[in-house]
Design a binder for this molecule. Structure first.
Ligand SMILES: Cc1ncc(COP(=O)(O)O)c(C=O)c1O
Length: 468
């Protein structure tokens, strides 16, 4: 690379418009097809707070939030400033045979906010990597190999994390996965007790609220799961990769149930969404059992784990969460969103459920009652399970400038993970838009289907024309 190499800013300007072609040629063309089919292939030029901004300057309410990483909002100035400052400081990052200040400070801050049951931090670079670490640490600490997870669970897509995945569509084609990893039905404490009874389980890994489908635990389940694990000598591992950092109205979701796990996995929002990050908060007992001698002092690590950039971003994010009171804000605005949207269950036949906690929210849809309407729904579902929900996400995007996602494969659940800084006005706008698209889909589902596809196709054709 000569000194003539364009700067990032020049590249962004000079090559603008080539995103999709480059994706299709060098990255994932099937993803490109999905995005184009839905007509979601806007050219995004910016992100701010709860919004994505396209090349016409239109602001879209972003309810996908980079899969939940933008709790403090996109490009939060305080996190960006911390990253700039860190780079300017030219720190002695990652000496490896040495230790650094910032990851220690991040550990100190996280542990101060976590239950007393955890006392150390193992750094990682992503959610899946945090889960991998939890699997390894629980096996090494317990000397046992079985690891239990819940049906419908999602803990990431690397081989270990995938072994704890309760969704067939992710596992299929990648098996055999890690031996000894088994699912128990989510919410079923008897099934968990039954599996734990053999006394050979290293750990039970659980999301307090399941990301795929936004499934809330039945009352008493998580507390019982923790107690059962303790009784069976199994470690209780709570995956807060999606629910942590204020999302549910508490710094950690586990606070809702007073849980005291042996390990807590964190990632996603921890760096303000700006750089990859992950961490496992670990009990002293587990830490000491795994790293029990100098010889075993580096038996688990990751080159970039605890790097200064992620630590600085993490520290800034924690400060922002606190200064802006974002957990309390998530609780208040989540309550408002439920209040605005829960009545849709009674008003519309296709709305089966509306649920959430803080600002993790979902609406579940089902087939309408009328014969003709039901036939249209079934047709969409036959073409592809979960397509019914897309009939809402498409007009939400094109008509109302709201980006939202279906909550998992083959499910008619639409999910929202807005930035916790989202304005009340934007949430009200979303609730009104949602009711309009639900009403249209229920009253005239075939028209909704046609409109959905026309909007999606129209957007694609317009772009083709634009490109020609
Ligand atoms: C609960 C949970 N755990 C783990 C992961 C994996 O995180 P990552 O994509 O950073 O590997 C996710 C990602 O969605 C998640 O929701």
């Amino acid at each position: 690379m000569g000194s003539g190499q364009p700067k990032v800013r020049d590249l962004l300007a000079e090559r603008a418009g080539e995103e999709m072609a480059l994706n299709d040629r060098h990255l994932n063309p099937q993803l490109g097809r999905i995005v184009r089919t839905l007509g979601f292939d806007r050219r995004w030029v910016g992100g701010e707070g709860e919004h994505l901004i396209d090349d016409r300057g239109e602001r879209y309410l972003d309810l996908v939030g980079g899969h939940g990483v933008f709790a403090v909002g996109r490009n939060h100035p305080a996190v960006a400033a911390a990253i700039d400052e860190l780079l300017a400081a030219r720190t002695p990052n990652m000496p490896q045979l040495g230790v650094t200040l910032l990851s220690g400070l991040l550990a100190e801050e996280l542990l101060a906010r976590a239950p007393d049951s955890v006392d150390a931090m193992v750094p990682a670079n992503s959610g899946a990597e945090a889960v991998e670490a939890a699997i390894k640490l629980s096996r090494a600490a317990s000397g046992r190999s079985r690891v239990l997870h819940a049906s419908h669970s999602f803990h990431g897509l690397t081989m270990g994390a995938l072994s704890l995945n309760g969704n067939e569509e992710f596992r299929e084609g990648f098996e055999p996965l890690l031996p000894g990893c088994e699912a128990v039905p989510f919410g079923d404490r008897d099934a968990l007790a039954h599996e734990l009874a053999a006394g050979d389980v290293a750990a039970f890994v659980i999301e307090p609220i399941q990301g795929k489908g936004v499934n809330l635990p039945p009352p008493g389940y998580l507390e019982a799961a923790q107690r059962l694990c303790r009784e069976a000598g199994a470690l209780f591992v709570v995956d807060e990769v999606q629910t942590g950092l204020g999302r549910t109205g508490r710094f950690l979701a586990l606070e809702h149930w007073g849980l005291e796990p042996d390990m807590i996995c964190l990632a996603k929002a921890l760096s303000g969404g700006m750089v990859p990050v992950g961490a496992v908060l670990v009990s002293r007992a587990v830490m000491d059992a795994v790293f029990d001698s100098m010889e075993r002092g580096v038996r688990h690590s990751s080159t970039f784990g605890g790097n200064d950039l992620a630590a600085a971003a993490g520290l800034a994010t924690l400060r922002v969460l606190e200064e802006e009171g974002l957990a309390a804000r998530a609780e208040r605005l989540g309550g408002l969103l439920l209040e605005l949207t829960a009545p849709l269950v009674d008003r519309y036949e296709i709305v089966r459920d509306v649920r959430g906690l803080g600002l993790i929210w979902a609406i579940e849809l089902g087939p309408p009652g009328g014969l003709a309407s039901r036939a249209t729904w079934r047709m969409a579902e036959r073409a592809q399970p979960g397509l019914g929900a897309q009939l809402l996400t498409v007009p939400l995007f094109h008509r109302h400038r709201v980006l939202c996602q279906v909550a998992g494969h083959r499910m008619n659940v639409i999910k929202a993970l807005p930035a916790l800084v989202v304005s009340e006005q934007e949430l009200r706008r979303f609730a009104a838009a949602l009711e309009r698209v639900v009403r249209a889909a229920e009253r005239t589902p075939s028209a909704a289907a046609r409109t959905g596809w026309r909007l999606a196709r129209g957007a694609a054709v317009a772009r083709l024309r634009g490109a020609a």
